[in-house]
Design a protein around this ligand. Structure first.
Ligand SMILES: NC(=O)C1=CN([C@@H]2O[C@H](COP(=O)(O)OP(=O)(O)OC[C@H]3O[C@@H](n4cnc5c(N)ncnc54)[C@H](OP(=O)(O)O)[C@@H]3O)[C@@H](O)[C@H]2O)C=CC1
Ligand SMILES: O=C(CO)COP(=O)(O)O
Length: 320
């Protein structure tokens, strides 16, 4: 099977490098200058510096050239997914489309697979999610991810096609659980970064991770997810990685909030927009998501960290 990766950001580039170990891979970038630069240097210095391209990786600027049978990995930020699908609808319709983004869309409250289904009903959507930093994948370090597809047969095919020697995919048909695990953990990672940045301690972080996981489960189970999906790679696994590593951009945004430092707003931080989307969705569903609400307060600058801490600690005592 040959693959095209749409989106030459850090993650798309890392996946293209990894998959090129087992066959021809095309990496599409929207900016012609970027395409020419990558073709000349055989690297993506803008988004994933220091990772050389294997020979089997071709950088392209025209999606119309790809074969009809090709599977396409969509590696653009969540809030850009719908307009990307709309912009390339004629090429993407009817294909197997594997979303590689983590988040909930503002406005619709939908995850990536639902956005694909709504925008391009003839496509066969799937989702790749779980704990993995782009740099680790590009370096060939061992990584395990979840491949979610409602259609079990297609899911099994994609699992086989997209696994490599170092990238081990587990499959599930629980799409909603996989979507929410990957999306909601980023919000909790911002909260964890904030407590560490403010010097509130490792115990506070462990409490946030645990109670954050309870929030993740609350929303996911209410929407029909399976509890074991949240306990898997796209849930507990990614929560553990993202809430504890300086390599995570979501965690680093949190650190900057805790330290009252500026943060470069051009960096992709999926948890920021997702917090706003989830707070809105939780209100409609009448779900209690106090940690997410605090992160929303940080993002829209209506809440300070001391206020958030006081708010969380003053909540009525309850059973675990
Ligand atoms: N980085 C990581 O370690 C991981 C990331 N992910 C997920 O992957 C997704 C992408 O993140 P990542 O690659 O890191 O982000 P980056 O910020 O590195 O790159 C985003 C890419 O998306 C492209 N893009 C943005 N908007 C559009 C659009 N409208 N049409 C086409 N292309 C567009 C950008 O193009 P341009 O360069 O021209 O601006 C850029 O190449 C996120 O959902 C993230 O959560 C998942 C696991 C790991
Ligand atoms: O999703 C990721 C790790 O699994 C990447 O995390 P960040 O988007 O926070 O950098």
């Amino acid at each position: 099977m040959s693959v095209t990766v749409l989106g030459a950001g850090a993650f798309g580039t890392a996946l293209a490098i990894s998959l090129a170990g087992r066959g021809a891979v095309r990496l599409w970038a929207r900016d012609l200058g970027h395409v020419l630069e990558m073709n000349a240097t055989r690297r993506n210095e803008r988004r994933l510096p220091g990772a050389p391209f294997p020979d089997d990786l071709t950088v392209i600027d025209d999606l119309a050239t790809i074969p009809d049978t090709e599977t396409i990995l969509l590696a653009v930020p969540m809030q850009q997914l719908r307009r990307t699908l709309q912009a390339h609808g004629p090429v993407l319709a009817g294909r197997r489309l594997v979303a590689c983004c983590k988040g909930i869309e503002r406005g619709s409250g939908l995850g990536p697979v639902a956005v694909i289904s709504q925008t391009l009903p003839s496509a066969v959507p799937a989702l790749l999610s779980g704990p993995s930093f782009a740099a680790d994948i590009a370096s060939g370090l061992p990584t395990a991810l979840t491949l979610a597809c409602e259609d079990a047969e297609t899911g099994a095919e994609l699992q086989a096609d997209l696994s490599t020697a170092n990238l081990r995919l587990y499959r599930t048909t629980d799409v909603i659980g996989t979507e929410l695990g990957g999306a909601l953990k980023n919000v909790i990672a911002i909260a964890c970064g904030a407590v560490i940045g403010a010097g509130l301690g490792e115990s506070a972080r462990a409490a946030l991770m645990t109670r954050g996981y309870a929030e993740m489960q609350r929303m996911a189970l209410a929407l029909g997810a399976r509890a074991e999906t949240l306990a898997g790679l796209s849930g507990f696994g990614d929560l553990a990685l993202t809430c504890t590593s300086n390599l995570s951009r979501n965690y680093r945004l949190g650190l900057s909030i805790g330290r009252e430092e500026e943060f470069d707003r051009s960096i992709t931080v999926e948890g920021a927009a997702t917090a706003l989307a989830v707070t809105e969705k939780a209100a409609k569903m009448k779900l209690d998501m106090p940690i997410t609400d605090c992160v929303t307060g940080f993002v829209n600058q209506s809440l300070t960290l001391p206020e958030a801490m006081a708010q969380l600690l003053a909540r009525p005592l309850k059973e675990e």
